[in-house]
Write a protein that binds this ligand. Structure first.
Ligand SMILES: Cc1cc2nc3c(=O)[nH]c(=O)nc-3n(C[C@H](O)[C@H](O)[C@H](O)COP(=O)(O)OP(=O)(O)OC[C@H]3O[C@@H](n4cnc5c(N)ncnc54)[C@H](O)[C@@H]3O)c2cc1C
Length: 319
């Protein structure tokens, strides 16, 4: 972390996950003065992944923590400044964008928002303790670990059904556990799921506890209408009960979609010139480390292009 951050930059990046760090590698290598602001662990959500098998270049896979650290190291090599602070607001003033944080305000000519999203949790005993040991929030990431094993999916929306359909290509059986007696997913998604012989449904049921010592072994369930309790033996449970984009600090500044995600074009530009968004925070993002990294690189390249006319009019010292 930089001991004392300057107050003016060409580019400020909000969020230090794969999208933000990739953007930082590109902007710093392009010799743009750049600051990345991260409120938690640099590396972002990928740091929660025990083993990442689908990020190119690592033939044996790599731990999420190590992948994040390598990205940070690479960005630091090119001079990216990093500050630990929470971004609380964004103010637009002509050419300048003021990023308000818990460590004071910083100004930039361009801002790349890469603050990601939080997956909804069940908040039940065993969930945190067994995360990465059978409790997963991402079928695309973890389905291959459950080849020919029975797994459970908790949720009833499009995301949950899409996770179930993906898992059905690997698992011996996929049990969708939903607290209501009908899905929230679209009819077409439901039809696909019902046509898949490996998918079964447990209606009006909630998971009360995830049990296991070092790995998931079983789920404790409750039928909401009868109150009857039961157990389900499984080694994998995929939680898909919503996603919350980290965009609270943008309310009233930037148009967001109905779920709070940022709408961009394919150059990662938002409706406001000089404000870009990258990674899981974007509407319709596939929410993968590699796609987030690609978005970050794209945002940085177009931020550099955006700054070209400004840089020739008002030179700014480069770090
Ligand atoms: C358990 C788990 C396993 C996964 N496994 C894989 C896998 O195997 N392969 C794969 O490709 N993907 C995997 N993913 C998905 C992957 O982690 C994400 O797609 C990727 O991290 C998204 O990158 P991002 O930079 O867009 O956002 P994030 O990684 O979410 O980073 C956003 C960062 O912004 C910070 N932030 C948010 N708000 C603020 C604020 N107001 N101020 C300052 N900082 C803020 C957050 O602290 C966070 O560090 C996994 C995810 C999880 C949770």
């Amino acid at each position: 972390m930089t001991a004392e951050a300057k107050k003016e930059y060409e580019v400020i990046i909000i969020g230090g996950g794969p999208a933000g760090l990739s953007a930082g590698i590109y902007t710093s290598r392009a010799r743009l003065s750049s600051l990345l602001i991260e409120m938690g662990v640099v590396g972002g959500r990928i740091a929660d992944a025990e083993l990442v098998e689908n990020y190119p270049g690592f033939t044996e896979g790599i731990s999420g923590t190590e992948l994040g650290q390598l990205m940070q190291k690479q960005a630091a090599k090119y001079g990216l400044n990093i500050v630990t602070a929470e971004v609380t607001g964004l103010e637009l003033k002509k050419d300048k964008k003021m990023v308000k944080t818990t460590k004071g305000d910083f100004n930039a000519k361009a801002v790349i928002i890469a603050s990601g999203s939080e997956r909804g949790k069940l908040n039940i005993p065993g969930e945190n303790e067994l995360a990465g040991r059978g409790v997963s929030y991402c079928a695309t990431c973890d389905a291959p670990f459950f080849k020919e094993k029975p797994v459970a999916v908790v949720g009833g929306g499009n995301a949950a059904i899409s996770e179930a359909l993906h898992l059905a290509k690997f698992a011996s059986k996929v049990i969708v556990i939903h607290r209501r007696n009908q899905l929230r997913a679209t009819r077409i998604m439901e039809e696909k799921a019902r046509a898949e012989t490996r998918i079964e449904f447990l209606w009006d049921t909630v998971v009360e506890k995830i049990e296991g010592k070092d790995a998931v072994r079983r789920l404790k369930l409750r039928q909401v209408k009868t109150g009857k309790q039961s157990t389900l033996d499984t080694t994998g449970v995929f939680v898909s009960v919503g996603l919350k984009p980290s965009t609270d600090f943008l309310k009233g500044v930037l148009p967001l979609d109905k779920d709070g995600f940022i709408i961009t074009n394919d150059q990662m530009e938002t409706k406001i010139p000089g404000i870009f968004a990258a990674g899981d925070i974007r509407q319709h993002s596939p929410r993968q480390a590699i796609t987030a990294a690609g978005d970050g690189a794209t945002a940085a390249i177009f931020a550099e292009k955006f700054l070209e006319p400004i840089a020739s009019a008002t030179p700014i010292s480069k770090v």
